[in-house]
Design a protein around this ligand. Structure first.
Ligand SMILES: Nc1ncnc2c1ncn2[C@@H]1O[C@H](COP(=O)(O)OP(=O)(O)OP(=O)(O)O)[C@@H](O)[C@H]1O
Ligand SMILES: [Mg+2]
Length: 300
C-alpha cells in the first residue's frame, strides 16, 4: 500500500522497507503491518503511530500523567505552566511512556510485544501473531471453554502481579488490550495460545501515583468480568484487593500463592507501616537503654 505520510521518515531512515496494510485505527493510534530488514533478514513488524493529543479521546489524562517522571526540571516547569513547549514535552512523555513500559516489562518477563525502535512518534514493535502468522486476535474476538477461561485468567492475574512487582500498573487492561498469540512448540510439540499485553501509554508507576490502586483494582476486575462470562465461578473472586494489600504490605512477589479471596477488615491494616512502627519503637527502646547505660552504668 501507499505508505501514510507519518511513516515516510522511517522509510527514508531505512527502518521500514514497505507498508503492508493498516491493522487498526484505535482511539489513540493507528497501527500498520510493515516489513523491515534487520541483519539482512526481512521480518514482519508492527508500526504504531500515535495520534496528536487533539485527535485523541483523552483517557482522564490527569490520572495517567500524575507523578510521571519528567527528566529535567525545565521540562517539568514548562509542563506545569502549560506552555507550547510544555505541551510538546508532555506529548513526547506520553508517547515514550509506552516504549519505557515495554522495555521495563519485557525485562521483568511480562509477555509484551518486543519493542524495536521509537522514531518520530512511531513505535516499531514485534507483530503478535496467531497460528497462521497473521495479526493475533484480541481476547474480545475469541471464545473460551470454562477450562481455558480459568487457565487464561490465572495466567493474566500472574502477569498483573509480575507487572506490579516491576512497579507498573497497566491502567487500561481489558479484553481489548490483550492479544492471544500462538507460540509454536519446539520439535513438533503442539503450540499454545498465550496472552500478550499491549497498549501501555497510560501505564503508571505503582508506587508514585495516587490512582495506582484504583487502576489496578479496575484492571483485575476487567479480567474477572471477561473470563467470568465463560467460567462464572470466577465472578466471585477477589484477586485485585488481595494483590494490592499484599503489595502494600511489601509481601507480594511473583511466587506469592494467591487465593482469590480477600477478607475486608473494618479498617484495613497496613502491615508494612505497622512493621515499620514496631521497628522504630524497638530502635527507640534500644537507644534509650544505651543512653541509660552510658549515663548511669548498672541501672539499665
Ligand atoms: N504488537 C501488535 N501485534 C499485533 N497487533 C497489534 C499490536 N499492537 C496493536 N495491535 C492491534 O492494533 C490495535 C490497536 O492497538 P492499541 O490498543 O495499542 O492502540 P489504541 O489506539 O490504544 O487502540 P484502542 O483505542 O482501540 O485501545 C489492537 O487492538 C490490536 O488489534
Ligand atoms: Mg488499545
Amino acid at each position: 500500500m501507499k505508505p501514510p505520510p507519518r511513516l515516510q521518515s522511517l522509510i527514508d531512515e531505512g527502518l521500514i522497507d514497505t507498508v503492508v496494510r493498516q491493522l487498526m485505527s484505535g482511539k489513540e493510534a493507528m497501527v500498520f503491518v510493515v516489513r523491515c530488514t534487520q541483519n539482512g533478514i526481512s521480518e514482519t513488524r508492527c508500526a504504531k503511530i500515535y495520534k496528536e493529543a487533539t485527535h485523541r479521546s483523552f483517557r482522564q489524562a490527569v490520572d495517567y500523567t500524575e507523578n510521571r517522571k519528567v527528566k529535567n526540571s525545565r521540562t517539568a516547569r514548562a509542563i506545569g505552566r502549560g506552555s507550547k513547549f510544555g505541551r510538546q514535552q508532555q506529548e513526547a512523555a506520553w508517547q515514550s511512556a509506552e516504549v519505557d513500559a515495554l522495555y521495563r516489562l519485557a525485562g521483568a518477563g511480562v509477555r509484551v510485544p518486543q519493542p524495536y525502535n521509537f522514531h518520530d512518534g512511531v513505535l516499531l514493535m514485534e507483530l503478535v501473531t496467531d497460528a497462521h502468522g497473521d495479526a493475533a486476535p484480541r481476547l474480545n474476538d475469541v471464545s473460551f471453554t470454562p477450562e481455558q477461561a480459568r487457565t487464561q485468567h490465572g495466567t493474566l492475574v500472574a502477569e498483573v502481579v509480575r507487572m506490579l512487582c516491576a512497579g507498573v500498573v497497566h491502567g487500561d487492561l481489558s479484553e481489548f488490550n490483550i492479544l492471544l498469540a500462538h507460540t509454536h512448540g519446539a520439535d513438533g510439540a503442539p503450540g499454545m495460545d498465550v496472552p500478550v499485553i499491549i497498549d501501555l501509554p497510560q501505564a503508571v508507576d505503582a508506587a508514585g501515583n495516587n490512582h495506582a490502586q484504583r487502576m489496578l483494582l479496575r484492571d483485575v476486575a476487567n479480567l474477572r468480568d471477561f473470563f467470568g462470562q465463560f467460567a462464572p465461578e470466577l465472578l466471585t473472586t477477589d484477586y485485585g484487593p488481595e494483590i494490592w494489600s499484599l503489595y502494600q504490605s511489601g509481601l507480594l512477589s511473583i511466587e506469592t500463592a494467591l487465593t482469590g479471596r480477600y477478607v475486608r477488615t473494618q479498617a484495613d491494616v497496613d502491615v508494612g507501616s505497622l512493621m515499620r512502627e514496631i521497628d522504630d519503637a524497638r530502635a527507640e527502646e534500644a537507644a534509650r537503654r544505651l543512653r541509660m547505660q552510658t549515663s548511669a552504668p548498672g541501672l539499665a
